[in-house]
Design a protein around this ligand. Structure first.
Ligand code: PEP
Ligand code: MG
Length: 592
């Protein structure tokens, strides 16, 4: 009889990044903290169990003290919260009560702690005072720390993993994901997250298969289990049978062959059948990724998410560091356009050293341009670095999360100030840089006619535009099914933006994930998008798709698309018209 432990299990999640990998699972972060087993301890082991609990608390205290004592000067003011955790560690409600439960109920320390936390947390959660309410979260942090010591699960430093494995985690932050070493990590699976989350975007850039939003992956998958991750279908197979392994290996080969065929022609320009050339650009988070854009045949950088440089270090980068970084990218791109997006932090890209207040709705909070305009010195440092780097290539500036004209005007003023300052200091720079805005907040679509008067181009960020228009958190797996790029509301918003752009004589680009879906190319060009920017690995497929149709023939199809009332209907329509052609590899096209 087959061992129950090794039965094949199929888990369904959200395809975060395409590709298939097979390998051993490696559980990261707080492994075991969620699954607490209860067992009765022997009479004579009672004091030893209490001792085990005290040791775990002591270890947590030592670790916290070390963090507080070694915090750099600028972070000192933020260590207050850790001091609170120190106090909570020894708080009677938590400490004494847990010992009490161990002694009276003769249960293991983990179970006793879990029981006490489940009693104490609601007391705080139900308090009317906001400050005290938030202490419920601190109790979780503190008990997690003790629990980690009890179950022996240390926090794993992803950068230090030295085996070829597939990561399995409850969640990975964008910053953690960007530490992944490609030669070691084959792919990853997370309980949380959605397709448009930054974690999933980075996985696509790194070209590693990822399945997100599995819900209970860390409970079902154990360390060293053999797993298959299919990032296209969003399926994870745990302990696959021989037959499944064979079939998967075949599919993986097919996928690689198809990818290689498309890659062969990725360096040729993308022209529609009627000869319209469309620039297909790459999105990057780190300068190292530029090579991947060129390797995949990208015509330039359509979105450089500069915030990742801020996320990966302990303090704000200096102007010099930023300048060097931008210049590196510009130099490698050799006069191809480089779109540098200004700082888009907070939301799901929080930087520890600037999180000075807790936000209940970070996506609607002090994010991106809102943060920059509140911190003009930090913003100006970046603007100076961009203007200096712009002297070396074809640079565009892109401002995220614009919701109204004042934000554009203030940005222009700060750009002028930065330029004046550079002028006075005799530093080389270029002021005449095209200024564009992300169209990702519904109010920007509605006021596109007003905004167009002040900017040189639009770039539609569908990831946020969908989040804010359809009111769905892009990282929340429970609403991931509602993240519908083809929703009639989104199509109408794209159309309006392009129509206004054309009327006002400015170009409309797209750099959200929607641009990287080959099947959407006829719709996007039909709506009037002038340029597409995407994860580098999607470039060959989108170029191939663009070559498969004639824009002159799109009229009736687009009229039908705009009559559809649901995303599913649009999907069915585009599949019927273009499903077969966009994935067929077109014969060689030469530069004319
Ligand atoms: C977007 O919102 O579509 C976008 C491109 O920006 P980001 O994903 O970095 O928020
Ligand atoms: Mg965005």
């Amino acid at each position: 009889m087959e061992n129950q432990e090794h039965q094949e299990i199929i888990l369904k999640g959200i395809g975060g990044s395409p590709g298939i990998c097979i390998g051993k699972a490696y559980l990261v972060d707080k492994e075991g903290v969620d699954v607490v087993k209860k067992y009765v301890i022997r009479e004579e082991s009672r004091s030893a169990e209490v001792g085990r609990f005290k040791t775990a608390v002591k270890k947590a205290r030592t670790a916290l003290r070390r963090i507080i004592d070694t915090a750099p000067e600028e972070l000192r003011q933020h260590t207050q919260i850790l001091e609170t955790h120190m106090l909570l560690l020894e708080d009677k409600m938590l400490y004494d009560r847990t010992i009490d439960v161990i002694e009276k109920e003769r249960v293991n320390a983990e179970w006793a702690l879990k029981k006490v936390v489940s009693l104490v947390k609601p007391i705080f959660e139900n308090m009317s005072d906001d400050y005290l309410k938030q202490r419920a979260e601190d109790i979780t942090h503190v008990s997690d720390r003790i629990m980690e010591n009890l179950v022996g699960a240390d926090q794993v430093d992803i950068g230090r993993i030295d085996k070829r494995v597939i990561l399995v985690a409850r969640d990975l932050s964008p910053a953690e994901t960007s530490q992944i070493q490609l030669e070691r990590i084959k792919g990853f699976v997370t309980n949380r997250g959605g397709r448009a989350s930054h974690t999933s975007i980075i996985a696509r850039t790194l070209e590693i298969p990822a399945v997100l939003g599995v819900g209970n992956a860390t409970l079902i998958i154990k360390n060293d289990d053999i797993i298959i991750v299919d990032g296209e279908s969003g399926i994870v197979v745990v302990n696959p049978t021989e037959q499944t392994l064979l079939e998967t290996e075949e599919r993986r080969e097919q996928y690689e062959i198809q990818k290689a065929l498309m890659a062969r022609k990725s360096h040729l320009p993308a022209r529609t059948k009627d000869g319209i050339r469309i620039s297909v650009m790459g999105n990057i988070e780190l300068p190292e990724e530029v090579v991947s854009v060129l390797d995949h045949g990208g015509d330039g950088i359509g979105l450089y998410r500069t915030e990742f440089q801020y996320l990966s270090q302990p303090d704000f980068p200096s102007e010099e560091m930023l300048f060097e970084n931008y210049k590196d990218v510009i130099d490698v791109m050799e006069q191809r356009p480089v779109t540098i997006r200004t700082l888009d932090i907070n939301g799901d890209k929080a930087v520890n050293y600037i999180r000075d207040s807790h936000e209940l709705n970070p996506a609607l909070g002090l994010r991106a341009i809102r943060y920059c305009l509140q911190k003009p010195e930090i913003f100006k440092t970046q603007l100076r670095a961009i203007l200096r780097a712009a002297a070396f290539g074809d640079v565009r500036i892109l401002v995220p999360m614009i919701s109204g004209i004042e934000e554009v005007e203030q940005t222009v003023n700060l750009l002028d100030e930065a330029a004046q300052c550079l002028e006075q200091q005799g530093v080389a720079y270029k002021r005449d840089v095209p200024l564009g805005i992300m169209i990702e907040v519904p109010s920007a679509v509605v006021t596109a006619d007003i905004l167009a008067e002040k900017v040189d181009f639009f770039s539609i960020g569908t990831n946020d535009l969908i989040q804010y228009t359809l009111a769905i958190d892009r990282g929340n797996r429970h609403v991931a099914h509602l993240h519908q790029p083809l929703h009639p509301a989104i199509l109408r918003m794209i159309k309006r933006t392009c129509d206004v752009g054309r009327e006002k004589g400015i170009k409309t680009y797209m750099c959200g994930e929607m641009a990287g879906e080959p099947l959407y190319a006829p719709i996007l060009l039909g709506l009037g998008v002038d340029e597409l920017s995407m994860n580098p690995q999607a470039i060959p497929m989108v170029k191939n798709a663009i070559r498969s149709f004639n824009t002159g023939d799109l009229g009736d199809f687009m009229a039908a698309v705009m009559r559809m009332t649901t995303a599913d209907e649009v999907q069915a329509l585009v599949e019927r018209h273009f499903g077969a052609v966009v994935s067929t590899i077109e014969p060689e096209q030469q530069e004319q």
